[in-house]
Design a binder for this molecule. Structure first.
Ligand code: PAF
Length: 283
């Protein structure tokens, strides 16, 4: 596996592969790989001739009050995990290479970015779409694989790809969970032993909301949200950022539950760690 660090060398290699008629699969990440990331790499490995994994902790998608400085990072650890998955290139540019002093462009998707995580993290999605557009241009993939845990991010990226005519197929890959139900996330590494029960309240809320609907499918979105919120706030270390039921494509609130309805959650643990989770309600 090659380790590349500059946009120029990355793009040159991607162009060579394209010239040879090879298909390129991309997995964009911020590193500190867990089984969720590895499953995205396996998916890309199964469908493309060449697999590029990007590792870049993108400063412009973090607000000044967020965890940019503490974001877990270990290049050697990630390098050996990616290599074991048969990745061809680990592309880990530095901040100056990505955003030189005279960098002036931002990519913004409107509408889809205002609610949910966009409401509590203003500017976050502009940072995501800007860096993903750059990564697409640097790696020139045919297909890019993103995790469904960041469900709003996936919808926003699909919209950007449509709107800007990127010739890239976007694949969403299912959430990978710990045996306990906790959705895998690099941010789980912030959790202390005595915060694990609180972290489990997100997946428990999803199970409880689904069970309510199994008992009686006519429950309203409000009733289902109340049930999910009840499970979360029963834990004193949890505070709700949002509990919503939205249409899986438009991300607009649902006025009745349907097979397209998604329960989406963001919860702060001890005001310190923000976790997200989601699930279709009727599966
Ligand atoms: O999901 C992530 O890890 C990041 O938001 C992404 C897509 C790599 C952009 O920095």
């Amino acid at each position: 596996m090659k380790l590349l660090t500059t946009p120029q060398e990355m793009q040159a290699l991607a162009l060579t592969w394209k010239g040879e008629g090879l298909t390129v699969g991309l997995v964009p990440t911020m590193g500190w790989f867990h089984e969720g990331h590895l499953s995205l790499m396996r998916k890309a490995r199964a469908i493309a001739d060449k697999v590029i994994v990007t590792l870049f902790v993108n400063p412009i998608q973090f607000a000044p009050t967020e965890d940019l400085d503490n974001y877990p990072h270990d290049l050697e650890r990630d390098r050996s995990l990616a290599e074991a998955e048969g990745v061809d290139v680990l592309y880990a540019p530095d901040v100056d290479g990505m955003y030189p002093e005279d960098f002036k462009t931002s990519v913004r998707v409107s509408g889809l970015t205002t609610g949910l995580c966009g409401a509590s993290r203003p500017g976050h999605f502009d940072g995501v779409t800007t860096v993903v557009a750059k990564l697409f241009n640097q790696t020139l993939p045919h297909v890019a694989v993103f995790g469904e845990k960041d469900f709003q991010q996936l919808a926003v990226i699909r919209q950007m790809v449509r709107d800007l005519d990127f010739p890239i197929e976007i694949i969403g890959h299912p959430i990978v969970r710990e045996q306990s139900g906790l959705a895998m996330s690099s941010r789980n590494s912030y959790l202390k032993e005595d915060e694990m029960d609180a972290a489990h309240s997100l997946s428990k809320a999803i199970v409880s909301a689904k069970n309510l609907l199994k008992q009686d499918a006519s429950h309203s979105p409000e009733q289902v949200k109340e049930e999910a919120a009840r499970v979360i706030v029963s834990h004193p270390q949890c505070s709700i950022d949002y509990v919503e039921i939205v249409d899986r494509t438009s991300l607009q609130p649902c006025d009745r539950i349907s097979p397209e309805s998604m329960l989406v959650l963001a919860v702060k643990i001890n005001q310190r760690i923000r976790l997200i989770d989601n699930s279709l309600l009727i599966t």
